[in-house]
Design a protein around this ligand. Structure first.
Ligand code: SAM
Length: 237
């Protein structure tokens, strides 16, 4: 969690019905000023829940990357996988992408409902769908994202095959599309090399989070977070 944190009694949240144990964190992009295009996104987090109800550090990193690359995101169709509290997808929506937020279909009531509340809170219009990695539910066949986002979705190796089944299916459907993911680097570059070989991907960018995060945000990050852009190996970058 970063920056200001308010509790449910905050007047700024009065239009949103919030469950108990809920906080709102504010995330700012750019440097505020009269002529600046800076903005803030407010995220509803629930400290009682697990996984999809926190803003994980990888999400802060990926959201900042989207902001810094905003001209590239404007007008693009973007899908966020395992979006949870959805900060990167919401930043993409704010800079003009056509955004679909997704998470595990079995978590409809908790995570997907929270996504709706967060979109309302930020006055952003995103599509919200259940999309479980490796499963062939109807919504996936209607998606043609140019950019697929995933923050902290590479944390459990037992899910890698199902995640990359979904990712490569989406990349095949939209020629030239890219998967951008931020993750805790626990194995040097071995994980990315392994995924590239196994799934016939190529890496078009590999960044250390500290190389592009503003110091105000990097000082709150712990661990070694990296960001990688992956494409199908047979396509032009
Ligand atoms: C560590 S959390 C990261 C959440 C968010 N992206 C962030 O960085 O703040 C992992 C997310 O992946 C989702 N997830 C886990 N397994 C999944 C699956 N099999 N299919 C779809 N989503 C899944 C979880 O519900 C959760 O939202």
């Amino acid at each position: 969690m970063e920056d200001d944190e308010e509790n449910t009694a905050s007047p700024s949240t009065s239009s949103v019905q919030l469950p108990q144990m809920t906080t709102i964190s504010r995330h700012t992009f750019g440097i505020p000023g009269p002529t600046s295009d800076a903005f803030s996104i407010n995220i509803i987090e629930n400290i009682e829940e697990e996984y999809g109800m926190f803003v994980w550090p990888c999400s802060v990193v990926l959201a900042e990357y989207v902001w810094q690359q905003r001209s590239r995101f404007s007008g693009k169709s973007v899908l966020e996988l395992g979006a949870g509290t959805s900060l990167p997808g919401l930043v993409a929506a704010k800079v003009g992408s056509d955004v679909t937020l997704s998470d595990d279909s079995s978590r409809l009531e908790v995570v997907l409902d929270n996504m709706r509340r967060v979109c309302d809170l930020n006055k952003l219009n995103c599509k919200i769908i259940g999309l479980t990695w490796g499963e062939w539910e109807a919504p996936i066949f209607n998606l043609h994202p140019k950019i697929v986002l995933g923050a902290d979705v590479l944390y459990d190796s037992k899910d890698f095959d199902s995640l990359f089944t979904t990712v490569t299916f989406l990349l095949q459907k939209s020629p030239g599309s890219v998967f951008i993911t931020s993750y805790h680097n626990r194995s040097g570059h071995h994980l990315i090399e392994y995924l590239m070989v196994k799934w016939s991907l190529k890496c078009t960018k590999l960044l250390d989070a500290f190389s592009f995060m503003p110091s105000s945000k990097s000082s709150t990050l712990t661990g070694n977070i990296q960001l990688v852009e992956l494409m199908l190996d047979d396509q032009q970058s």
